[in-house]
Design a protein around this ligand. Structure first.
Ligand code: LCS
Length: 390
């Protein structure tokens, strides 16, 4: 099956053998009857695939895991209650007290907080370096390093990291790679094919795509996923509700078409902003002026729907701009049908100190825009009238 067919077909038939529903049904049951004590024992021993209890498995949630696995071209997937719970579960599954992680300096603010402030309390320390120069990574690896953690494109600067080279370094040093693919996701980028061990998602973004669910995923080999499931996930309990799983399954049916349009609209907006006299700099990997344009072209099948830009005049000018939009929503998050605009310094990356933001290259006037699926002329017109007020 090709991508769009998988996004509609996978997970449907087996989730409703009784009535032949053409969409996966929602199974709200928290627990499932065993036909006999022997069958109950077989399920607990993982010798029978039947359901036990919805923290462990649920038919609607499993349909989503199957579809995600197929669309990623992977062996197995687990979904969780949020992107953050997927990230936390994966890191805590692999890391132990005394371990060292090397992470890219520019990652989602919540993940940065987790790695820089929370995990050190449990003896897991992280060094942040610039992964766009892979030599930095190699230099930072210590005897106790076990994990390389990164994103590409990065949040919010849209830097592109050479995934294949980072994975080559990881294999050379016997390290595990954890990679957050939230900004690109299939069909734009397939990190497992580039050598990544574990792919992480906030499904809240493009994969669901409609700003009505919080969810996450961990995708990897069958062996790794089974191990995370049996030893960590079911005891942490970041379970996804079957109602949310249903909405994501529905959102995914249009993922291919949505991603094409997000890329098309974002490129048009980036080109408009690049020529605007009140804009200092645009960060979009689809622009030839972007320092990683060639790498993005090689590594991705499209440049994505998020871009960032600096408005001349810094903090106040940026604030004036986001206060002046009318069609675009002043809201955090990304990857939705609606365009969303935000100010990283005061919102998504406000947990970082001014010093940490400076190190990560996030200037005070930086604006992040997730370009939605409204008519692109309306989006550009809205930005144009807002910039007139700056
Ligand atoms: N990974 C990335 C790259 C993200 O951008 C986010 C959330 C997460 C993980 C966490 O996922 P969640 O738990 O929210 O599903 N990013 C947000 C953002 O940029 N604005 O609001 C949330």
């Amino acid at each position: 099956m090709k991508f769009s067919t998988k996004s509609i077909k996978i997970g449907v038939e087996e989730s409703d053998p009784s009535f032949g529903s053409v969409v996966p049904p929602i199974y709200p049951s928290s627990t499932f009857r065993f036909p006999s004590a022997e069958e109950g024992a077989a399920r607990f021993a993982f010798k029978s695939p039947g359901m036990i209890y919805s923290r462990l498995a649920n038919p609607t949630v499993q349909a989503l895991e199957k579809r995600l696995t197929a669309m990623e071209g992977a062996e197995a997937a687990l979904v969780t209650s949020s992107g953050m719970s997927a990230i936390l579960t994966a890191i805590l599954h692999f890391a132990k007290a005394g371990d060292h992680i090397v992470a890219h300096k520019s990652i989602y603010g919540g993940t940065f907080e987790l790695l820089s402030k929370i995990l050190p309390k449990f003896g897991i320390k992280t060094s942040f370096v610039d992964f766009t120069d892979p030599a930095n990574v190699e230099k930072t690896i210590k005897k106790n390093t076990t994990i390389l953690y990164f994103e590409s494109p990065t949040n919010p600067l849209m830097e592109i990291v050479d995934i294949k080279t980072i994975c080559y370094i990881a294999k050379k040093h016997n390290l595990l790679t954890l990679f957050d693919n939230t900004f690109a996701n299939p069909p734009l980028q397939y990190p497992l094919k580039l050598g990544v061990d574990v792919v992480l998602y906030s499904l809240t973004k493009y994969i669901n795509g409609h700003s009505d669910v919080i969810a996450g995923a961990i995708i990897s080999s069958k062996k790794i996923i089974e191990d995370i499931f049996k030893r960590t996930l079911i005891f942490f309990g970041p379970t996804l509700s079957p109602f949310s799983a249903y909405l994501i399954l529905r959102g995914m049916t249009t993922l291919n078409e949505r991603m094409k349009k997000h890329c098309e609209n974002a490129l048009a907006v980036a080109k408009f902003l690049e020529k605007h006299p009140k804009i200092e700099r645009v960060y979009y990997p689809g622009l030839k002026s972007h320092p990683h344009y060639k790498l993005a072209k090689k590594q991705m099948n499209g440049f994505g729907g998020v871009l960032s830009f600096e408005v001349k005049g810094g903090y106040e000018a940026g604030k004036k701009l986001v206060n002046s939009v009318k069609i675009i929503n002043l809201a955090v998050s990304l990857g939705a049908v609606e365009s969303l605009i935000e100010h990283p310094a005061s919102m998504t990356h406000s947990e970082l100190s001014a010093e940490e933001r400076k190190k990560a290259g996030i200037k005070d006037g930086l604006i992040r825009l997730s370009v939605g699926l409204e008519d692109v002329d309306d989006i550009i017109q809205d930005l144009s009238q807002a910039l007139d007020k700056v």
